[in-house]
Design a protein around this ligand. Structure first.
Ligand SMILES: C[S@@+](CC[C@H](N)C(=O)[O-])C[C@H]1O[C@@H](n2cnc3c(N)ncnc32)[C@H](O)[C@@H]1O
Length: 215
């Protein structure tokens, strides 16, 4: 079961679900999602789990390139939009399931609990967790991967001090009231400490993409 604070985020996104795809107030967020899709296609996994999938755009874009793409989210409203888009676009190799970073259910969602997951992605969702929870979530994602598996996190992450970029908050999708971006370097350290090889890419001083590969 997701934690209470995760469910609260889900309820907040339920209210946005119908409008989420209609406007693009945060172009850095959509650019990051597109880049994560490119990076994952380059890695060539056979299955992908996207945590905090929202309305499923990343899942649906990856579907033609993988055997199975699963979107997981704490917002039933966002998941329902994702299911409807899959049906409208006639995409069959996708699933949308309710769940969270912290409920542990994601380990078995593609049916690979023993061999481990092939690829886990998260775009603009991890930053909703409090700092220690983000670190714990990153660790459990790393541990859920099988040998050779990969992790791709595209999100708010700090390469510079946000104070110098306040006029960019809207463009990058950073709302200090709700969002808890971590230092990029800290995220790298957590994933490296789990034994993954990490590359990090700054897309904006406040947002980037971390790719980890398990040996
Ligand atoms: C800003 S949206 C991003 C959606 C999508 N990944 C994208 O890139 O457009 C954040 C999503 O993360 C979900 N979310 C927030 N906290 C979560 C958690 N702890 N576990 C799973 N999903 C979460 C929200 O419900 C929402 O759908």
């Amino acid at each position: 079961m997701p934690h209470a604070d995760e469910l609260a985020h889900g309820r907040r996104f339920d209210l946005e679900a119908d409008q989420y795809d209609q406007t693009d107030p945060h172009p850095v967020r959509s650019a990051i999602r597109r880049l994560v899709v490119e990076r994952v296609i380059g890695l060539g996994p056979s299955q992908v789990l996207d945590i905090g999938c929202g309305t499923g755009e990343l899942v649906l874009e990856l579907a033609p390139h993988v055997g199975l793409a699963v979107g997981m989210d704490v917002s039933s409203g966002m998941l329902e939009v994702g299911r409807q888009k899959a049906s409208d676009r006639n995409i069959g190799n996708v699933k949308f399931v309710f769940g969270s970073f912290q409920d542990g259910a994601f380990r078995s969602v593609t049916g690979d609990e023993e061999s481990g997951l092939d690829c886990i992605t998260a775009t603009y969702s991890l930053h909703h967790l409090e700092s220690p929870d983000q670190h714990a979530a990153l660790r459990s994602m790393c541990r859920a991967l099988g040998a050779g598996g990969s992790l791709a996190v595209g999100d708010l992450m700090l390469f510079e001090d946000p104070a110098g970029h306040q006029n960019e908050f809207e463009r990058v999708g950073y709302n200090p009231a709700n969002d808890r971006p971590q230092q990029a370097e800290e995220l790298v350290q957590v994933v490296e400490s789990e034994g993954l090889t990490v590359s990090i890419e700054s897309v904006h001083p406040l947002a980037g993409i971390l790719v980890g590969q398990k040996k």
